[in-house]
Design a protein around this ligand. Structure first.
Ligand code: FES
Length: 104
């Protein structure tokens, strides 16, 4: 397991996202109403750029921009077709003012 520094807390305000590369994954890190969530930036349907999709913080979801599957940011599970397989999610925490990601 490795820690990756995403950015400082100030650099990811509420509603913002940042895409980073860590351990061979592209990962989207989101600030949803103060809750930090991280999901693989690769849709399980057809490798779409998932983390670039429309964010719905109230529902805790992101919509794949390619064919519209909606994924739960907390579990990585798709809530709508065409995707049916989950994507990876990653623990995020704040330490010394920095946002850190744990990636296996
Ligand atoms: S690539 Fe995401 S729904 Fe098809």
């Amino acid at each position: 397991m490795a820690d990756h520094i995403v950015c400082t807390v100030e650099e990811l305000p509420e509603g913002a996202r940042k895409i980073v590369e860590a351990e061979g994954f592209l990962i989207g890190v989101f600030n949803c109403g103060g809750e930090l969530l991280a999901i693989e930036d690769r849709c399980s349907h057809d490798d779409g750029p998932l983390a670039e999709g429309e964010l719905d913080c109230a529902a805790g979801t992101v919509e794949c921009p390619r064919h519209g599957s909606i994924f739960d940011l907390r579990t990585g599970r798709p809530k709508t077709l065409p995707a049916f397989a989950p994507v990876e999610t990653f623990p995020v925490r704040v330490e010394d003012g920095q946002i850190k990601l744990e990636v296996d």
